[in-house]
Design a protein around this ligand. Structure first.
Ligand SMILES: [Zn+2]
Length: 110
């Protein structure tokens, strides 16, 4: 439960207190509370793209299905999906990194 709350609140996977992000798109290099280094190595967040992709699909799929059932054209579904994903990109960016950091901490705790 503590881990889930830490993910939702975008907190450090080790102490569940320190903020991972300093601003909208700016991460803290280290946890301000326990000092855990968030970006362990160059290219570390490439793996977060898998979470970003999964989150984007999970977010846009209900919209696509609802619009298909309501009879919208493929072009309008595509347009709405693109606009929705553009608006959701800060959320996708942040949570994909948070999920990646938490998964990595479970697999390889430091
Ligand atoms: Zn911490």
């Amino acid at each position: 439960m503590n881990k889930l709350l830490a993910i939702i609140r975008e907190r450090c996977p080790r102490c569940a207190t320190g903020a991972i992000f300093a601003r909208l798109f700016k991460m803290n290099r280290r946890c301000p509370v326990c000092g855990l280094e968030f970006e362990r190595e160059q290219g570390y967040f490439v793996g977060a793209m898998y979470f970003s992709y999964a989150l984007a699909i999970a977010a846009v799929l209900p919209i696509v299905v609802a619009m298909l059932l309501l009879g919208f054209t493929a072009a309008s579904i595509y347009l709405v999906s693109c606009l929705f994903l553009a608006a959701a990109s800060p959320f996708l960016f942040r949570y994909s990194r948070v999920l990646w950091i938490h998964l990595d901490q479970v697999i390889d705790p430091r």
